[in-house]
Design a protein around this ligand. Structure first.
Ligand code: GAF
Length: 376
């Protein structure tokens, strides 16, 4: 293999989301943070006009991409790269050939959004390398478009936002309608944020995400046939939903009522954090999990099992599935004194039930995408 050039090293973190799931693409509220685990991208100009050499250490392969001929690949991870390059080429003519080595410290498919970390890290790094003059919001939004157009997931803005905008020891309350956001210090001693990774990703996940989005839109359209409101979920009330319930049918009604309730929970959770009412904060996480499992139907037996298991521990204030669903991690708020025992016991019970290994990691809210090293 050729020696790849490195002028710049970028760290692009994964994210957690404390509360506010499946609300981002419904103009709602979310409360994410970047985490202390990241994808590292080593980038350098290679002197060519359009030849990009991308080396994924995890997949052990080097792919060549011609900037003059960007088309979708059958290779999933490559589409994240191709999507970002495609979107960048629409915005600028300053991009030239480059080398990139990708080293991931994020568990793939675990719900901490390695995909957004990769997209944003690449866009951020190329912006720096070629002086493209993009702002952070350009990077966030073009990375989201890359995922829509090249990967095919019609994701919201949360993951890309969290990866780029993260701040040490803070979570972020983002209003996905206005894109206003606020940093909120996270002072939860003696509790810890613990992720339990089911190590499963049910293949339903991909299509089901877009289906949920369509169902929410369908509900919104039905409400708008009866009430004069602008096309945003934020203008919908529970009374409106109830008035349209029979027309919507149970499935669409359940999706929409979940979204309205979840938005309220996010705001209440922020207040609980500010008031240091950690017990209430934990209860809200359990409520969210129930909504995701029963109304939004994006959980799975492995996630439900872990959340139920956590309820047997009074030192665990709350737990819920995190991210898009159908696998990945649960997020747990655990007293530091029992964290190790909890991990051990959860691992044993999980293995007994599913014959699968559980992995666990603590996270702390951390800074967003940043430059680790720059040569010259
Ligand atoms: C995935 C998506 F990418 C996010 O935009 C968000 O919708 C999340 O699922 C669910 O809250 O991570």
């Amino acid at each position: 293999m050729h020696q790849l050039n490195t002028d710049l090293v970028i760290s692009s973190p994964g994210r957690i989301n404390l509360i506010g799931e499946h609300t981002d693409y419904n103009d709602g509220f979310v409360l994410p943070a970047a985490i202390d685990k990241a994808i590292i991208l080593k980038l350098g100009k290679n002197g060519t006009k359009s030849d990009c050499r991308i080396h994924s250490q995890g997949f052990g392969e080097v792919v060549h991409i011609d900037l003059g001929n960007i088309t979708k690949s059958n290779n999933d991870w490559e589409n994240y790269i191709l999507g970002v390059l495609y979107e960048l080429m629409l915005l600028t003519d300053k991009l030239r050939g480059f080398d990139c080595t990708i080293e991931s410290h994020l568990p793939i498919g675990s719900g901490v959004s390695s995909s957004a970390a990769l997209e944003c890290g690449l866009a951020f790094g190329l912006n720096e390398l070629f002086n493209l003059g993009l702002h952070k919001w350009d990077i966030i939004q073009l990375s989201q478009r890359a995922e829509h157009n090249y990967v095919g997931t019609k994701c919201g803005i949360m993951d890309q936002f969290a990866s780029v905008m993260g701040k040490d020891q803070h979570v972020m309350l983002l209003d996905c309608k206005t894109l206003d956001f606020e940093y909120i210090p996270i002072e939860i001693e003696p509790y810890r944020i613990l992720l339990l990774n089911t190590n499963v990703k049910h293949n339903l996940a991909f299509g089901a995400y877009n289906v949920r989005r369509d169902q929410c839109n369908e509900g919104l359209d039905i409400v708008r046939e009866h009430f004069q409101i602008n096309r945003s979920f934020r203008n919908v009330t529970m009374d409106m939903l109830n008035a349209c319930r029979s027309e919507m049918g149970d499935v669409v009604y359940n999706r929409c009522s979940y979204v309205l309730q979840e938005n309220e929970r996010v705001l209440e959770a922020v207040q609980a954090l500010r008031d240091r009412k950690m017990n209430r904060f934990g209860e809200l996480l359990y409520q969210t999990h129930r909504g995701l499992s029963e109304q939004f139907e994006v959980s799975c037996p492995e996630l439900d099992f872990l959340v139920d298991f956590s309820k047997e521990w009074k030192e665990v204030l709350g737990a819920r599935m995190m991210g898009g669903g159908f696998g990945g991690c649960t997020l747990n708020i655990v007293h530091r004194d029992v964290a190790e025992d909890f991990i051990k016991e959860a691992g044993k019970a999980y293995k007994k039930k599913f014959s699968l290994e559980l992995s666990a990691f603590h996270t702390v809210p951390s800074k967003g995408t940043s430059i680790m090293e720059k040569n010259g």
